[in-house]
Write a protein that binds this ligand. Structure first.
Ligand SMILES: Nc1ncnc2c1ncn2[C@@H]1O[C@H](COP(=O)(O)OP(=O)(O)OP(=O)(O)O)[C@@H](O)[C@H]1O
Ligand SMILES: [Mg+2]
Length: 259
């Protein structure tokens, strides 16, 4: 997949939680079709900026453009409608609902939700079948086909993260923001996760991956950006940023090997 124009443009964004400055002039861009790794020590602001891109928080100053549209103060559902989907540091699923139904939940607003369609239930039903077919296919891609009818609550942490990805795929995202997709995930499921994300890449989906696991980042991202204290410290290939002494310094005291 070739890399296109700038899709996401984060411009000089700041944000604070009370007296804590979480983002302090954070700027970066992500190009259409790119997979960008976002790394940095605990508390750097990675989750906060990810939440902001998806409308969970709004910048105090600065702005965020998606496809040229200013989404800085847009609601979550408006941003989701543009095709931006996020997965969470801790997977969020309906645990007392079947795996298959969880996978069907993320579809973007479609034909059947328009009121007039309720007068044509046959069309609505066709669409339900279409979504179910897509959900079953994606659950198979993430290797959970044997769990289709089981409650999502029986899945392991890693399987829950794979199901979140399946759900995202059914929604046909343009951009996916992943917050620590392999934290606490065993090595076999980690490999599954790489394969699933490669499928997203091949489909042209733009990915922003927040992750502490650098070998995972290395397998998927040509370019990474490093955050520290609410701003971007540097960017480049993983090897380039690893060689930057400022990066090693920012990680001091953290249980992560960057060099
Ligand atoms: N809900 C909150 N209330 C108050 N402060 C918060 C809240 N969420 C985050 N912070 C603070 O904002 C800063 C940035 O946090 P954030 O969670 O974005 O970091 P992170 O880079 O995702 O860290 P980690 O790698 O540990 O997940 C930190 O100082 C954190 O303590
Ligand atoms: Mg975080």
């Amino acid at each position: 997949m070739s890399i296109g124009d700038v899709l996401l443009d984060v411009q000089d964004v700041s944000y604070h939680f009370g007296g804590v400055q979480a983002l302090a002039g954070c700027s970066f861009t992500v190009h259409e079709g790119e997979t960008l790794g976002l790394i940095g020590p605990n508390g750097a602001g990675k989750t906060t900026v990810g939440e902001m891109i998806c409308g969970g928080r709004h910048p105090a100053t600065g702005r965020i453009l998606f496809g040229g549209v200013d989404i800085s103060h847009a609601a979550r559902w408006q941003i989701a409608r543009l095709g931006v989907v996020r997965t969470f540091q801790m997977a969020r699923l309906m645990t007392d609902t079947a795996v298959m139904e969880n996978a069907m939940l993320a579809r973007r607003p479609q034909r059947g939700e328009r009121l007039w369609r309720s007068f044509f239930p046959r069309l609505w039903w066709d669409q339900e079948i279409e979504i179910a077919t897509a959900a079953e296919r994606t659950v198979t891609v993430v290797t959970l086909q044997e769990k289709l009818t089981q409650m999502a609550g029986v899945l392991s942490g890693g399987q829950r993260k794979l199901l979140e990805l399946a759900r995202a795929a059914v929604g046909e995202p343009r951009m996916l923001v992943l917050d620590e997709p392999v934290a606490g995930v065993n090595p076999r499921l980690r490999d599954d996760m790489v394969s699933v994300l490669r499928a997203f890449q091949e489909a042209g989906v733009t990915l922003l991956i927040v992750e502490h696991n650098l070998s995972f980042i290395e397998r998927l991202c040509k370019r990474v950006i490093v955050m520290d204290q609410g701003r971007i410290l540097t960017s480049g290939t993983l090897d380039e940023v690893r060689a930057d002494p400022r990066v090693a310094k920012s990680y001091l005291g953290m249980n992560v090997v960057v060099a």
